[in-house]
Ligand binder design. Structure first.
Ligand code: ARG
Length: 478
């Protein structure tokens, strides 16, 4: 190397090469225009490595001080946008190292002692992903809290519960929303579980086999707040299962959001008219003046596809790779970054769309989901949602369930010919289906009676829903 300056990556390795890379190959192999988002993690990892090298007497304290000074300046340059990213330097690692060598001279050149870009990049992704997991976990909790808030205000709002999208039995709107809280709680758990395996240190594995320098890997792990060190150097530099696992967890979160999106879209259609979402989450039509389209939930439903794509991409990337590091792995970044961005933005927007936003003037939350309890209750009324209750009533009077089922089916048929609900049939008519039916049947046939009766743990009865809200509140406050 002629000077302290590295301008091309070919200068980062030996004079072995007899011809320069073509422009096209340079662009094809470079990752700097997307992996520069790892810069913060790259610098943190380098500083922890350098500190350990100094503590072990592998570099001098002066070299470490020069590296620290250089990195502080580089951080500032990146933050201000002054840092000049060079395609010819391929990736974030070589770009930062080259700049460090400009600033710190030989000390900069000593940073890479006992290290390879293979353990370096694996460390960077893990550090970066750990931070993103923490952010996404907080957002998932905020979304759960927003759903619990809305649920708490609608414990007594009856809506039809569906199976096959046919009216099945009455539930409360709160119970329905809490189903999503359960899903997002599991998503949160999955992220936290994946975090333990993300938070392990590859550094010290060097290119693939470890290194000849007396490194203290535990010290680096502690400095970086990692839970442990990867125990096999070949595995540490090559596997990206932690990224796949994270993306799988993110995919499930997006799948849950897509289910919620689908329901929001249905519920706000004129045919349901169960809810309203604030105008700022909808768009009009360029031709039909009456339209308010639910663009945000539709896009969220659509974006789920790209996250599924990222997962499939990552799994396919890993499949069949021989040990240890292969350049294939550079392709892990874009799908991973895109997954994080998509989930983060989707969660942020859903938190606001469901829960609303604090109005700074009043301190109150405004603009969340609006609910139309009449439309929900009417829809439940229309679909013979209490037919099972009538069957259960007859069972309690001694009929075998199958016979009761048959009897009620006949009653429903009659009611639908009359165009009315079961509860609107006179007692005389009901008794024609079975003489065991008495006056007390009407309590059973009411939506509210039906709802209150489903008082098993996890059931739709308001008493159960209250308990669940309490449990979620305690969990989310912790
Ligand atoms: N940019 C590379 C990546 O993302 C860094 C590791 C390169 N290592 C190598 N041996 N070429 O994977």
């Amino acid at each position: 190397m002629s000077s302290n300056q590295l301008d091309k990556k070919s200068e980062a390795w030996s004079a072995l090469f007899s011809e320069p890379m073509s422009e096209l190959v340079q662009r094809y192999t470079a990752s700097v225009f997307f992996d520069q988002r790892l810069a913060g993690a790259d610098i943190a990892g380098s500083l922890a490595h350098a500190e350990m090298l100094a503590a072990q007497g592998i570099i001098s304290p002066q070299d470490y001080a020069a590296i620290e000074r250089g990195m502080t300046q580089i951080r500032a340059e990146i933050a201000s946008g002054a840092f000049e990213w060079k395609l010819a330097l391929e990736d974030v690692h070589l770009n930062i190292e080259a700049r460090l060598t400009q600033l710190a001279g030989d000390a900069g050149k000593r940073l890479h002692t006992g290290r390879s870009r293979n353990d370096q990049v694996a460390t960077d992704i893990r550090l970066w992903l750990r931070g993103e997991i923490d952010l996404l976990t907080a957002l998932l909790r905020e979304l759960q809290a927003a759903l619990v808030d809305v649920a708490e205000r609608h414990i007594d709002v009856i809506m039809p519960g569906f199976t096959h999208l046919q009216v099945a039995q009455p539930v409360s709107f709160a119970h329905h929303l809490l189903a999503y809280v359960e899903m997002f709680a599991r998503d949160e758990e999955r992220l936290q579980d994946a975090r333990r395996r993300v938070n392990q240190l590859p550094l010290g594995s060097a290119a693939l086999a470890g290194t000849t320098y007396p490194l203290d890997r535990e010290r680096v792990a502690r400095a970086l707040g990692m839970e442990g060190v990867c125990q096999n150097s070949l595995d540490a530099v090559s596997d990206r299962d932690f990224a796949i696992e994270f993306t799988a967890a993110a995919t499930l979160a997006m799948v849950h959001i897509s289910r919620l999106s689908e329901e929001l879209i249905l519920w706000m259609s004129q045919n349901f008219a169960f809810i309203r979402i604030a105008d700022r989450f909808t768009t009009g039509s360029s031709i039909m003046p009456q339209k308010k389209n639910p663009d945000v939930p539709e896009l969220a439903r659509g974006k789920t596809g790209r996250v599924v794509g990222a997962l499939v991409g990552l799994v396919t990337l890993m499949k069949g790779q021989p040990l240890a590091y292969n350049k294939d792995n550079q392709e892990d970044k874009e799908p991973l970054f895109d997954t994080v961005d998509t989930l983060r933005d989707t969660l942020r927007i859903f938190i606001e769309m469901i829960g609303g936003q604090i109005n700074p003037a009043t301190g109150a939350k405004e603009g969340g989901i609006g609910v139309n309890p009449q439309a929900m209750e009417q829809a439940a009324q229309k679909g013979y949602a209490t037919a099972t209750d009538l069957a259960d009533y007859l069972v309690k009077k001694g009929l075998p369930f199958r016979d009761a089922h048959e009897t009620v089916a006949r009653a429903v048929k009659a009611a639908s010919t009359h165009g009315c609900d079961l509860s609107e049939l006179p007692l005389k008519t009901l008794r024609e289906f079975h003489p065991a039916i008495d006056d007390d049947v009407y309590a059973v046939l009411s939506l509210r009676g039906s709802l209150n009766a489903r008082n098993t743990l996890g059931g739709a009865a308001p008493a159960q829903v209250q308990n669940q809200i309490k449990r979620h509140r305690a969990r989310l406050a912790a």
